[in-house]
Design a protein around this ligand. Structure first.
Ligand SMILES: *Cc1c(COP(=O)(O)O)cnc(C)c1O
Length: 220
């Protein structure tokens, strides 16, 4: 059971137009190199220190995505290289990303995270908070909002997961037609993980974040 075989099996189930983020958190450099050798270039991590260390140790053409909750005081460590920040969940965090992006003379791509799960969801914006940020984007230089992200409730209830993803897709479509109608790169809908990526794709996901289905179980 190799990670390369797992990746190739998974790719068969994901439409070409859906981007696969290989979530390599807790997994060793050697496994990432194995996937790099078969062409995978997009990897996701949820800890700043691990992300920075892996970025330094691996080929420079890897696109590193920060997928997890991000603390404001750690933005500076990833600002020089991060390709996409998935989980912007406060205006204050966006302000810090903006500040660090300006400092690094680059534009940082971000997704706004909507809270779609009903319970046990610690992070994410309400729809009202999200729209409020969208209306203030002029205040955040060097930020490029390219889409939305969400995490469904961790449950076997397919109908519920599907409803949650559909809610996010509807907001995405609405924003695409309104606030972002002039922005051709507002195209990313990041939803779906190992357990629910098929449901997410059926609901309109354009980017899935898959860890254990490629790398196997994680031992924390
Ligand atoms: C760990 C993680 C994933 C991947 O989870 P798997 O169930 O291993 O596929 C996706 N998104 C986020 C935000 C994560 O933290």
């Amino acid at each position: 059971m190799s990670v390369q075989k797992n990746l190739i099996q998974l790719q068969k189930k994901i439409p070409q137009e859906v981007t696969l983020v290989a979530v390599s958190k807790t997994k060793p450099i050697a496994m990432i190199e194995a996937l790099y050798k078969v062409g995978q270039r997009v990897f996701g991590e949820n800890k700043v220190q691990e992300l920075t260390m892996k970025h330094e140790s691996l080929p420079q053409d890897i696109q590193w995505h920060m997928i997890g909750h991000l603390q404001r005081n750690k933005v500076k460590y990833i600002a020089p290289f991060v390709a996409l920040i998935h989980a912007v969940d406060t205006a204050k965090l966006l302000g810090e990303v903006s500040k660090q992006a300006v400092k690094n003379k680059r534009t940082i791509n971000c997704l706004l995270q909507l809270k779609i799960a009903q319970e046990d969801a610690k992070y994410g914006l309400t729809e009202e908070e999200l729209l409020d940020i969208v209306n203030q984007l002029d205040n955040f230089p060097n930020i490029n909002i390219v889409g939305l992200m969400g995490m469904a409730t961790f449950t076997n209830d397919v109908a519920r997961v599907s409803t949650e993803f559909t809610k996010l897709k509807m907001l995405f479509d609405r924003l695409k037609k309104t606030s972002f109608s002039n922005k051709l790169d507002f195209t990313v809908l990041s939803m779906g993980m190992s357990a629910d990526y098929e449901i997410a794709i059926a609901a309109g996901s354009t980017m899935v974040r898959v860890g254990s289905a490629i790398f196997g179980m994680r031992n924390y």
